[in-house]
Design a protein around this ligand. Structure first.
Ligand code: GAR
Length: 206
């Protein structure tokens, strides 16, 4: 079966990208191949991770490109150039328009650092999610991988994994535990599931 060509979108440290690259190297992610990394930030450490793994990295900055339309047009152009069939948002901090998400129905995945529908939607990203969870005093949080549509964190849920909050947690300790115990596990698993599904549908269409 031909592998599904995957583009991973990043904005920061890229530990989730690393989990995907490691899953590919160990064979856990075998139905897809990461062919491209797109970063919204020119100085994202994730780009160094991509380079180390021999995966091409491309910067598309909304600020430099002068607006949402030009930003998305630039992304579409690189996706086409690399023949990407599936997109994984791995700590990607830019919102994508309905115009964009409509082009890839159930082909864009996102990892969110909470159990949707808690602590999600507009304004809930990165450390902020964990700050809010601690403020609310929940005892269990976790991570969610879901499909991306025009509603922030609103697409169909693929996988979730709970993580316990511990006495004395700070947003940073909680963020780290949610990554280690949930995100880095379920993101590669969900990516494999979706990549396998796309590859299979492609084979039947041929
Ligand atoms: C991760 O915790 C990811 O779930 C979160 O940003 C972090 C990126 O870390 N994403 C969001 O909050 C999206 N709403 P990474 O760059 O090390 O993968």
């Amino acid at each position: 079966m031909t592998k599904t060509r995957i583009a991973v979108f990043v904005s920061g440290g890229g530990t989730n990208l690393q989990a995907l690259l490691d899953a590919q190297a160990s064979g856990k992610l075998h139905s897809g191949q990461i062919v491209l990394v797109v970063s919204s930030q020119p100085d994202a450490y994730a780009l160094t991770r991509a380079e180390r793994a021999g995966v091409p990295g491309v910067v598309c900055s909304r600020k430099e490109l002068g607006g949402q339309e030009a930003f998305e047009a630039a992304i579409l152009q690189v996706l086409e150039r690399y023949g990407a069939e599936m997109i994984v948002l791995a700590g990607f901090m830019s919102i994508l328009s309905k115009d964009f998400t409509d082009r890839f129905p159930e082909r864009i995945l996102n990892v969110h650092p909470a159990l949707i529908p808690s602590f999600c939607g507009k304004g809930y990203y990165g450390l902020r999610v964990h700050e809010e969870a601690l403020k609310r005093g929940v005892k269990v949080t976790g991570a969610t991988v879901h499909f991306v549509n025009e509603i922030p964190d609103g697409g169909r849920i693929i996988l979730q994994k709970p993580v316990m909050i511990e006495e004395g947690d700070t947003p940073r300790t909680l963020q780290r535990r949610v990554m280690e115990q949930a995100e880095w596990i379920i993101l590669p698993q969900a990516a494999e599931m979706v990549a396998a599904d796309i590859a299979e549908r492609k084979e039947h269409a041929d």
